[in-house]
Design a protein around this ligand. Structure first.
Ligand code: AMP
Length: 284
């Protein structure tokens, strides 16, 4: 597996693969790999001739007071895991390689970024959209793989790909969960043993919503559903609900009735410190 830290080098690696007639898959990550990341990589290895994984803890998607400085890192472990699933190259630039001094351009998909996680993390999705646009331009992949876990991010990337005419197929990969249902996340490493148990409340709230939707015969008011699910949090002291919403998958706008391809999304804060997200589709 090639490990490349410079834009020039990864461009040359990819250009040579192209001359050989290979197509290219890109998996953007911030590292500290778990099985969710590895599932994205496996999907790419299966779909594309060559897979590039980018590992970049992108400073512009962290707000003031967020966990940029303590974000978990394990470079050697990550390289070993990527190699094992058949990744061909890791692109691991430093911040100066990606953001040269004096850079001024940002990519914003404002209407999709305003709600949900965008309320508590202003600027976050502009950081994400900007870095993903840069990675697309650097690697020039045919496919790029993103997890459904970050559903708002996936929608924003689908939209920017269409709006900016990137010739890239965006592939969404289902959420990989622990045995008890918790969505895998690098940030789960911050949880104490008792917090690890308590955070399951978000998964349970989403499951309750989905169960009610699947059991119901008529149309259902989303307000009632959200109220019922949000009540699960009353008994839970370390996790507070940041939001719980039922939205149309395309527009990410809130719905008054469960209808069509819609999805429940939520975020919690654990002891004020740790922010976790999850979501579930409300259709079969
Ligand atoms: P991150 O390193 O957290 O920025 O995540 C990199 C990619 O992995 C993103 O596309 C995430 O949506 C995806 N991802 C993270 N956790 C999971 C998971 N549990 N299941 C599926 N994909 C995931």
């Amino acid at each position: 597996m090639i490990i490349s830290r410079s834009i020039e080098e990864i461009r040359e690696v990819v250009a040579n693969w192209r001359l050989e007639g290979c197509d290219i898959g890109l998996v953007p990550t911030m590292g500290y790999f778990h099985d969710g990341h590895l599932e994205l990589m496996r999907t790419s290895v299966h779909r594309a001739d060559k897979t590039v994984v980018s590992l970049f803890v992108n400073p512009t998607q962290f707000g003031p007071g967020e966990d940029l400085d303590v974000y978990p890192r394990d470079f050697d472990g990550d390289c070993a895991k990527a190699r094992q699933v058949g990744v061909d190259a890791m692109f691991c630039p430093g911040p100066q390689e990606i953001y040269q001094s004096g850079y001024k351009t940002e990519v914003s998909v404002a209407s999709l970024a305003a709600g949900l996680c965008g309320v508590d993390r202003p600027g976050h999705f502009t950081g994400v959209a900007t870095v993903v646009t840069k990675l697309f331009n650097i690697v020039l992949p045919d496919y790029a793989f993103f997890g459904d876990k970050d559903f708002q991010q996936l929608r924003i990337i689908q939209q920017l790909t269409q709006d900016l005419n990137f010739a890239i197929s965006i592939v969404g990969v289902p959420i990989v969960r622990e045995d008890d249902g918790l969505a895998m996340s690098s940030r789960n490493a911050y949880l104490s043993e008792s917090e690890r148990q308590e955070v399951l409340v978000l998964y349970k709230a989403l499951q309750l919503i989905r169960q009610r939707v699947f059991e119901s015969k008529g149309t259902i008011d989303t307000d009632d559903l959200i109220k019922t699910a949000a009540a699960l949090f009353d008994k839970n002291n370390s996790c507070s609900l940041e939001y719980l919403s039922i939205v149309d998958e395309q527009s990410l706008q809130g719905l008054s009735k469960v209808w069509g391809r819609c999805r429940a999304l939520g975020a919690i804060r654990v002891n004020q410190r740790i922010r976790l997200i999850d979501n579930m589709a409300l259709y079969r």
